[in-house]
Structure formats: structure tokens, C-alpha cells
Design a protein around this ligand. Structure first.
Ligand SMILES: Cc1cc2nc3c(=O)[nH]c(=O)nc-3n(C[C@H](O)[C@H](O)[C@H](O)COP(=O)(O)OP(=O)(O)OC[C@H]3O[C@@H](n4cnc5c(N)ncnc54)[C@H](O)[C@@H]3O)c2cc1C
Length: 292
């Protein structure tokens, strides 16, 4: 059992993870930390390294399925204020890794900076968005990143500039343990026009995706030349379900977990969709959703 003495004020044992994820499923984290400063975070990371405790970062939990048996080691959640600030300086917006992506977008739009607004409605944190290069409407978060500050698994803090960063479809080379913050270099725009654009996109999105009060998650990456949704549709399997998990009727690339669903139901449904799409349409879908 890992020893977190000295960190009792910010580390809890056997913390249920379901409330921190969009699926609202799965077991507990053996240890769960909400550090209150960067130094404290570095201390925790070093402690994990010294005692070989596995450590994972939790953002908004919108791209995660936690297995029913839970997670060994330490899960770190950047919920503290030092990780959530969003500030503007000229044409740049800097957002903490724990800030909501929606907040970074709102601040940019309010301050007349264009670029991030097509991403409105993507749930989760800035850290999670950068890790997986979240995107929508042909735009992605990575295209606007000017630099990112990260923490390695030794607790060292490094700033990586644009030329060191690579973003591809739902992936990035930001593979250090923690994304502490990101600076976006944006373009000048009219706040009123940007707000209107953002509101329109948000209204459309709300009608097409599950709401936060349903247990839900997005399943697969879009393979080149097609969307995962259209391939699932083509396979003619929209009505299938496993236990309490089913395909969302308005967009088949979302899985809905009903009140009686287990994480195991969701993983089985994901596998069934993959095998059926492969058999009927000949395409191997790659999972976007991360399973812990
Ligand atoms: C309703 C719905 C709609 C969605 N729509 C879209 C969409 O349009 N486009 C899209 O791209 N995705 C979409 N997604 C998927 C998801 O919202 C994105 O992948 C999102 O960016 C994940 O961010 P998160 O903070 O929730 O990350 P989490 O799910 O908490 O974590 C995802 C990964 O990021 C890592 N991570 C999180 N924070 C940090 C950090 N600070 N430092 C290092 N690593 C970190 C985690 O360890 C994990 O590996 C949608 C999901 C849902 C449920």
C-alpha cells in the first residue's frame, strides 16, 4: 500500500470515481488527490515515483470509462484554483490544465479572440482537450496552442513551445504526466459576432449529443474519409444494446449508460460495435474512449 503521509489534507482513500466521469460508472480509486498547489502536486508525483505507485490524471472525465473493479494507485484531479485560472494577454489566452475548456472558450470570445469557438460544447478540461486534441467542425484545440507547461513524472516543470508540439486527429505528443497549462494564440474578432456564432453552434450541438444528466461517452475516432457515426449507421446496428448500455439514437457514436448499466456492459457493447462494423462494413474502428 502506498504511503501518502504528509498529504492527508489532499489525498483520500478508496474514492468512488463514478461521480467524476460522464458515464457515472465504475469503481473507486485506491488513492485520490486534489492538490492545492503546483509544489504539492510535484511532491505527490515524486512520492509516487519513489514508491513506484502508478499515477493517472483525471480531467473532466468525459473521455473515460472506469472499470467496475476500480483503479490501483493514485488518481490526481486538478480541481484546485491554482490549476483553473484563465487569463488574456493581447492575442493570447492562457488556461490552466484543470480549467474547463468551455471557460477558456468563453473568456476568449468575451475578449474578442477568435479560434476556439467551434469547440463550444465539448465537455471536459483544458488538459484533457490537449492530451487528445479535442476538435469539432473541422477545427481542433491543437491548432491554436502556442505553448504548454507540463510536469514530468519526476515532478519537473517544463514549457514546450509550438515547434515541439504535434497534434493529429484526436492525439498529441503531450505525453508528459501532467498538462499544467496551455497558451493559445488567437485571432482578433468581434466579441458580439463571436458570441452569436458560439451560441448557434451550441444550440445545434445540444440537440445532437447526450446531455450531462445521462451517463454517456463518445466511443470511436473518425477513420480517414468517414465518420464513426456514419459507419455504425451503415452497419445497421443502431438498436443493439448490452445490459444497460445502448447506442444513442441521435448519434450512434455515443454510448448511453442507463441506470442499471455497468462498466462491463459498456466495454462489451464497444467490442460488439467494433466487430459488427468490421464484419458488415469492413472498417476497423479505433476507440477514442479511454478505459481505466
Ligand atoms: C457528450 C460528449 C460530447 C463530446 N464531444 C466531443 C467532440 O465534439 N470532440 C472531441 O474531440 N471530443 C468530444 N468528446 C470527448 C471528450 O469530451 C474530449 O475527449 C475531452 O477533451 C476530454 O477531456 P476531459 O477533461 O474530460 O478528459 P478526461 O476524460 O478526464 O481524460 C482524458 C485523458 O486526458 C488525460 N488528462 C486529463 N487531464 C489531464 C491533465 N491536466 N494533464 C495530463 N493529462 C490529462 C487523462 O489522463 C486521460 O488520458 C465528447 C464527450 C462527450 C461525453
Amino acid at each position: 500500500m502506498a504511503d501518502f503521509s504528509g498529504f492527508e489534507h489532499c489525498v483520500r482513500e478508496n474514492e468512488p470515481l463514478a461521480p467524476f466521469t460522464w458515464f457515472r460508472l465504475g469503481g473507486a480509486a485506491e488513492h485520490f488527490a486534489e492538490p492545492t498547489s503546483v509544489d504539492e502536486l510535484a511532491g505527490l508525483v515524486k512520492r509516487c515515483r519513489d514508491q513506484e505507485t502508478p499515477v493517472r490524471m483525471l480531467g473532466g472525465g468525459s473521455n473515460l470509462l472506469v472499470r467496475d473493479r476500480g483503479v490501483a494507485g493514485l488518481v490526481i484531479h486538478l480541481s484546485g484554483a491554482p490549476f483553473a485560472a484563465v487569463t488574456t494577454d493581447g492575442d493570447k489566452v492562457t488556461a490552466g490544465g484543470g480549467a474547463k475548456l468551455s471557460q477558456a472558450i468563453s473568456v476568449a470570445v468575451r475578449d474578442g479572440l477568435a479560434g476556439l469557438e467551434p469547440l463550444v460544447g465539448i465537455p471536459g478540461s483544458v488538459g484533457g482537450a490537449l492530451r487528445g486534441n479535442a476538435g469539432a467542425h473541422g477545427a481542433d484545440v491543437g491548432q491554436w496552442v502556442d505553448s504548454a507547461t507540463v510536469m514530468t513524472n519526476t515532478g519537473e516543470t517544463i514549457t514546450r513551445g509550438r515547434d515541439e508540439l504535434r497534434f493529429t486527429h484526436r492525439a498529441s505528443n503531450l505525453d508528459e504526466l501532467v498538462i499544467l497549462d496551455a497558451t493559445f494564440k488567437l485571432e482578433p474578432g468581434d466579441p458580439v459576432a463571436l458570441t452569436q456564432r458560439m451560441q448557434k453552434l451550441w444550440i445545434v450541438r445540444r440537440s445532437q449529443q447526450p446531455t450531462g444528466d445521462q451517463g454517456a461517452g463518445r466511443a470511436f475516432k473518425d477513420p480517414s474519409g468517414a465518420t464513426a457515426s456514419s459507419l455504425i449507421e451503415q452497419a445497421g446496428i443502431k438498436g443493439i444494446r448490452v445490459g444497460g448500455a445502448e447506442i444513442f439514437d441521435r448519434d450512434p457514436n455515443f454510448i448511453i449508460a442507463g441506470p442499471k448499466a455497468t462498466a462491463d456492459d459498456v466495454t462489451q457493447l464497444l467490442e460488439l460495435i467494433q466487430s459488427q462494423v468490421h464484419e458488415r462494413v469492413g472498417v476497423e474502428l479505433e476507440r477514442e474512449l479511454e478505459i481505466w
